[in-house]
Design a protein around this ligand. Structure first.
Ligand code: FA5
Length: 352
């Protein structure tokens, strides 16, 4: 005799039919078979599995009903449900294997590497435009007989100011406010700070230059940075005059900007030179031929030479200090120095 079912607690609509228990088992099994083979992906299959074998699944629902049957019907109904469950489990497993095989074949195809493809060309970097300018400056000044000297960026106050003839508390220092690390150590404001170090260790004649970073407490704009670069050079020998300074800076301008570059000197004040000038250049091609100031220059103040025991009757010297950023700005018509520091490759790669 076929077991009949009470339908209490049953959530599956199939079970609420009037079918006999065994027929319903067969029906659920048949439906499961169809659903399993209709699953196209392992994710679909997981849903089907839950629908039949999950906590709320139809096969699980059948199991729950065993207890509600009269005791004599329980064994045969229970066995039939168990068999159905095993069958559905097997079907799911077999389908899972097939789907996984297909999916991994598809994945390997998608991720296939073709070792015969030509490799991407290596990306070759470009030397930073300020480094290029620095190299060119070094080459030019070396060819004019100057020796490269490196001073520290974290400089002693006395080399940056006292040794350069700044009287204590002189207002000229206000123009070069900087970052103080201690009362005696600062981030150097000017390349000229190397002078004292060279005078302490060298005897004239000499021609020396340095290129490096300088720092100032500055409101940043198109032509001013809090960090920037300067080239600073000086020469001490017998009977050096303004003519030597002008000739050197004219040669420097021609080398950096070509023969069409013009130079201009106008009186200016710096505590460490007398007389002092500012140095500007103009080229017909750029900035409509307008004058652009590159830096300051002058004859080294006798106070400085005497401070280091140099006979000022015999020796004299000139010095100049220029902004490095101004050189590529002038050469390439760049009107904002902040571009050098933004590290935008679209800008930097133009200078290869
Ligand atoms: C000086 O620094 C002097 N040491 C130059 C000098 C050396 C004069 C030897 C005489 C003898 P000045 O503060 O003007 O001078 O700076 C020189 C150049 O450095 C400027 O013309 C400019 O090109 C560059 N410069 C100065 N401050 C900045 C800044 N904040 N950002 C970018 N460039 C700067």
């Amino acid at each position: 005799m076929k077991p009949s079912l009470k339908l209490s607690g049953c959530t599956d609509p199939l079970l609420s039919t009037k079918l006999g228990g065994m027929e319903r088992i067969a029906e659920i099994e048949a439906q499961a078979k169809k659903d399993v083979s209709a699953a196209r992906t392992t994710a679909d299959l997981r849903e089907v599995e839950l629908r039949y074998l999950g906590k709320q699944g139809s096969v699980t629902g059948l199991m729950k009903e065993i207890a509600a049957l009269p005791p004599d019907q329980r064994p045969s109904f229970g066995q039939a449900v168990n068999k159905a469950r095993e069958k559905v489990e097997k079907l799911v497993k077999a389908r899972e294997k097939a789907l996984k095989g297909k999916e991994s074949a598809k994945q390997s195809e998608e991720e296939r590497i073709d070792p015969t493809m030509p490799s991407r060309p290596p990306r070759v970097g470009v030397e930073h435009v300020l480094q290029q300018a620095t190299n060119k400056i070094k080459k030019t000044l070396s060819s004019l007989g100057f020796t490269y000297y490196e001073g520290p960026e974290l400089e002693e106050f006395r080399y940056n100011f006292d040794a350069l003839n700044y009287p204590p508390n002189h207002p000229a220092m206000d123009e070069q406010d900087t970052f103080y690390v201690s009362d005696t150590q600062i981030l150097r404001t000017q390349g000229t700070a190397i002078q004292g170090r060279v005078f302490e260790t060298h005897k004239p004649p000499f021609r020396v230059f340095t290129v490096g970073r300088c720092f100032r407490n500055e409101a940043v704009d198109r032509t001013h940075g809090h960090t920037f670069h300067q080239v600073d050079a000086f020469m001490v020998d017998e009977a050096i005059s303004m003519a030597d300074l002008k000739g050197t800076l004219r040669a420097f301008a021609s080398d950096m900007f070509g023969d069409g570059a013009r130079v201009r000197f106008r009186p200016d004040f710096f505590p460490f030179v007398e007389p002092g000038v500012d140095y500007s250049i103009s080229t017909p091609k750029l900035f409509d031929g307008k004058w652009v100031e590159l830096g300051g220059a002058g004859m080294i103040h006798p106070n400085i030479l005497q401070r280091y025991g140099i006979d000022t009757e015999l020796y004299s010297g000139f010095a100049f200090g220029l902004g490095v950023e101004r050189i590529p700005m002038m050469a390439y018509g760049i009107d904002d120095l902040r571009l050098f520091y933004e590290n935008d490759l679209r800008f930097l790669e133009q200078f290869s």
